[in-house]
Design a protein around this ligand. Sequence first.
Ligand code: SAM
Length: 177
Amino acid sequence: MKSKVNEQPTNWIIEQIKLKALRRKIQILDFASGNGRNSIHLAGKNRIITAVDKNSTKLALYNHFEHINTICFDLETDKNWPLKEKYYDIIIVVNYLYRPKIKKLMSLLKNGGYLFYETYSVGNQNYGSPKNPNFLLKDRELINIFNNGNEILSYFNGKVTEEKISIKQRCLIKKTS
Ligand SMILES: C[S@@+](CC[C@H](N)C(=O)[O-])C[C@H]1O[C@@H](n2cnc3c(N)ncnc32)[C@H](O)[C@@H]1O
């Protein structure tokens, strides 16, 4: 299906998922999915996407796509998330950070599942938005949050130039318990 979304997807995530997971049907959660640039690139017969975001206008850009289920929900309220526990093979989170509930992401993953996390980190305030420390990871913060009971498969913190020059952290975590 043709997409109205022109933004490039997050390449390190898209490439690794396409390499890892072509032989069986997998469930992927795109957490705070925005205008769906990553959901749209990943969706396929063997890759079923759940895309959750609080912005219904953005979700409407791709809620008609095959293999994508959209959920409009505010992930930062006290309400329970409308997401299945131990269900997803892969979760991706890009350019979104809400620390009070971040650890809960692992409860949505199957054992052996993967969390791909990429967002802005400290130092980004020198290049542009976001500048608010609530939205900027500290060095090694994703490792420190997720290393207990999980395996950190890759970690990066520094300058990236793909979308715009910015300081970002990328972490790939495997759920092992
Ligand atoms: C910077 S965009 C990133 C979107 C997408 N992950 C991407 O990389 O293209 C952040 C997204 O988080 C969503 N968001 C912010 N707060 C949220 C909340 N409380 N609950 C659900 N989604 C939220 C916004 O609506 C927005 O689409």
